[in-house]
Design a protein around this ligand. Structure first.
Ligand SMILES: NC(=O)c1ccc[n+]([C@@H]2O[C@H](COP(=O)([O-])OP(=O)(O)OC[C@H]3O[C@@H](n4cnc5c(N)ncnc54)[C@H](OP(=O)(O)O)[C@@H]3O)[C@@H](O)[C@H]2O)c1
Length: 315
């Protein structure tokens, strides 16, 4: 068996460019593993790649297979890989230059793949990697959030936001989240102390003295967020296409950092422990077959979902 089914992108553009077709199974190089993919998480980054927005940074050779997050079973190991074995259940990420998880098999650097959380099925596990790592780094490594502090999480019902709310709560922080009306109860159920309907309430009129703002939105939402920070507080932005201004931060007497996530496997082990002991949970809104990757992209674009969209690739 040397062929597999995958979603190919031959040219940048709309969802009609996502083509389900046959291609060859890749072989793992030194330090890599081949994973028989059971499920692939879908991220806004996949949409950005599809549209060609990353072209100035990464020159992807066409056709490419999209997808960063995966869960599955190790099918083969490359030279020098000693900590994983064929047949092992794993979850993790590929490399941003490699992608490739919208497929029956995918290559991943072995240090970005760890044992799957035991209490999660493949679909649940595939929903975790990118957003879990991003939320962790933004809150703790960059934001320096500690127990007793207050954090405002924008887009708290989204993939990153739903993890951020739970991780911040587990740390002992006070958590405020923004979401639209149909997601207010959901965000409360994740442990948020206060949830604001951003469509009907101007959050800056009801929130102040915040230590950390997690900016997943940018634009006007970011501009209205500066004033809710306490002196010395920090706005951590994930919107790398429009970095937050350090001049504006200085005017408000606060700090800012715009981060691009470092996709390192060590975070996955920590997240797996928290997921397995029930401290946090992952929220899968919709599961679609690999053939429906275009619908998955449309669902992310239309908003209103809770947590993640996952492609089920059990073959
Ligand atoms: N820099 C990085 O390394 C990095 C890493 C991961 C993600 N990101 C970025 O971070 C953002 C969030 O990612 P994600 O995976 O969490 O996306 P997601 O799962 O698609 O969630 C986005 C959510 O944003 C909410 N939303 C839209 N407009 C809003 C507003 N004005 N105020 C508050 N919430 C609003 C919507 O929720 P409602 O239905 O409740 O309106 C939507 O579900 C994306 O832009 C993504 O590209 C960056």
């Amino acid at each position: 068996m040397s062929n597999m089914k995958a979603i190919h992108l031959h040219t940048y553009g709309g969802t009609e460019n996502l083509v389900y077709e046959e291609t060859s199974i890749p072989s793992p190089g030194s330090g890599e593993v081949l994973v028989k993919v059971k499920a692939a998480g879908v991220n806004p980054l996949d949409l950005m790649v599809r549209k060609g927005w990353l072209q100035s940074i990464i020159d992807y050779p066409m056709p490419i297979i999209l997808g960063l997050d995966l869960s599955g079973v190790v099918a083969a190991i490359g030279e020098g890989v000693t900590h994983l074995q064929v047949g092992q259940d794993v979850y993790g990420i590929t490399d941003i230059k490699l992608l490739g998880t919208y497929a029956e098999y995918a290559i991943a650097p072995s240090d970005k793949v760890v044992p799957k959380p035991k209490n999660l099925d493949y679909v649940q596990a595939a929903s975790v990697p990118s957003v879990g790592i991003t939320a962790w780094q933004a809150l703790f490594d960059v934001g320096g959030l500690s127990a007793g502090q207050t954090v405002l999480v924008h887009a708290a019902a989204g993939g990153v936001g739903s993890f951020a709310v739970q991780l911040a709560k587990a740390k002992g922080a006070k958590v405020i989240g923004t979401a639209s009306s149909q997601n207010l109860d959901f965000v409360s159920s994740l442990g948020a102390d206060q949830v604001i309907d951003y469509k009907t309430t101007r959050f800056e009129e009801v929130v102040s003295n915040v230590d950390v703002v997690l900016d997943t939105i940018g634009g006007e939402t970011r501009e209205r967020s500066w004033g809710i920070l306490k002196p010395g507080g920090i706005l951590v932005s994930l919107i790398t296409s429009d970095p937050a201004s350090s001049e504006t931060a200085a005017e408000y007497g606060v700090r800012t950092a715009t981060m691009f996530v470092k996709l390192e496997g060590k975070y996955l082990t920590e997240l797996a422990a928290l997921l397995d002991n029930g401290t946090i949970k992952t929220c899968v809104d919709k599961v679609l077959p690999l053939t429906e990757a275009s619908q998955a992209h449309e669902l992310i674009e239309s908003g209103g979902k809770r947590g993640k969209i996952v492609l089920n690739i059990a073959s």
